[in-house]
Design a protein around this ligand. Structure first.
Ligand SMILES: [Fe+2]
Ligand SMILES: [Fe+2]
Length: 172
């Protein structure tokens, strides 16, 4: 059947019933899930410190599992469990970094540790929102790793790794 442009009224408005609004919101959510990004591990994220990089790579892997689980709608419990695994792993990783900083008398330890504390608090908040079923919370859940993980690695962790590598080269 040929498309009859005369039947389409320019600027014509559809009636916004609650059911239609809900359908549009669901479609927008689906679109965001379909276009969500997985984090790809590459050398841009590498700090050059073997243990830090191994831990970060594992965190990236966990986040990608979470993204897959949200996209495949594997259920609230499975997603919440993965998020808890991420939080617990991140806590251990942060504690390890903080121990390294203390051992090497890293001058920015307080700032870096405060950032770890803030990141954990933020992740716990996301988890609570997700578990409470807040609208759009699954969307924030799959986008927060971009800020949460990549920004911290690219700034604070890379600076720490540079310091640790310089300290390792110092004689004595
Ligand atoms: Fe780190
Ligand atoms: Fe860190």
């Amino acid at each position: 059947m040929a498309f009859n442009s005369a039947r389409v009224k320019p600027g014509g408005r559809c009636k916004q019933t609650p059911a239609r609004r809900a359908r549009l919101a669901a479609a927008a959510n689906n679109l965001q899930i379909m276009t969500m990004k997985w984090i790809h591990w590459d050398k841009v994220l590498a700090t050059g410190h073997l243990i830090l990089d191994t831990d970060h790579e594992h965190l990236v892997d966990l986040f990608n599992q979470l993204a897959t689980s949200v996209k495949e709608r594997q259920g609230k419990i499975a997603c919440a469990e993965l998020l808890e695994t991420i939080i617990q792993y991140a806590k251990r990783h942060f504690a390890f970094e903080e121990q390294l900083m203390a051992d090497e008398h890293y001058p920015k330890i307080d700032y870096h540790a405060a950032e770890h504390f803030r990141l954990i608090k933020q992740a716990i908040r996301y988890k609570a929102k997700f578990e409470a079923g807040e609208p759009e919370s699954h969307i924030s859940l799959i986008h927060f790793p971009e800020d949460w993980l990549t920004f911290h690695i690219l700034t604070a962790d890379k600076e720490l790794a540079t310091f640790l590598s310089a300290a390792a080269e110092q004689p004595g």
